[in-house]
Design a protein around this ligand. Sequence first.
Ligand SMILES: O=C[C@H](O)COP(=O)(O)O
Length: 318
Amino acid sequence: MTQNLDFKRNTAVGLDLGWVNSLQVNRNAADRRAASLAARRTVKKEYQAAWLVRAIQCIDLTTLSGDDTPGRVERLCRKAMRPLRSDLMAALGLTELTTGAVCVYHEMIKPAAHILQGRLPIAAVSTAFPAGLSSLETKIREIELSVAAGASEIDIVITRQHVLTGNWQALYDEMVAYRQACGDAHVKAILATGDLVTLENVAKASWVCMMAGADFIKTSTGKEGVNATIPVSLVMVRAIREYYERTGFMVGYKPAGGVSTAKAALQYLTVMKEELGNEWLQPHLFRIGASSLLTDIERQLEHYVTGSYSAAHRHAQP
Ligand SMILES: O=C[C@H](O)COP(=O)(O)O
């Protein structure tokens, strides 16, 4: 995941229950800040193309459907390796561009690896994604099998009941076990924020997962009723910022689920830049989990280059 040799991977620092229990979130302030971000143009027009290219580099190009086939995943992987048409690449002065990774179910790791040949990371969703309600032993084994099959990133789902019952120790222990099972593979902790009821729970779950060694915290599976939102993102990236200030570890952030427009991607990039700084605008610290976002970004870049839009289906993803 990281090409930066100085990058110090997060590691378990111990559960500070006093700290977790003291966390509070001002819902109104988060909503107000989100509304002000949405109301203004996030990026000046002349920089938009560059920002959209950066967004592409940070996409975990995803397919997580019950009807996924090796053929669909192979097409997805080809798209991940060449996300833009060659005429657009040339017009933008680009020679190389890929998405950050592809994200698939365990059974699709092999077809993905066959096409990617190590050129892009494969992220596998794991631990009984999306509900996470298998035994811990089964979930650990699932991680091990996905790593053995070639996934270098594992997107785990937390057990929501640990959050809903305030059992922070159980959440911490689970996360430590997942991180350990991943070995060298990086682990993204999916909080399923749409299931967590309050922003305070989102903040606490973010902290516990980071204290337990998560490399990334991620909003959603894409299957909850509410997936990534800006207020939730503000809470999570502020937790990342404070965790960095306290420990020196840089934890990545992945909004996922329902992020399907270039405009939304620009808003998330703005949140990262304003709350965490430019260092976090790189694929080893920022990903957007999305199945259809690339289609809209490609359309917007075509408009930037040619001055007109083509039909969305011309850019349709596999
Ligand atoms: O982690 C990624 C999500 O499952 C993708 O969700 P989406 O299909 O709404 O883009």
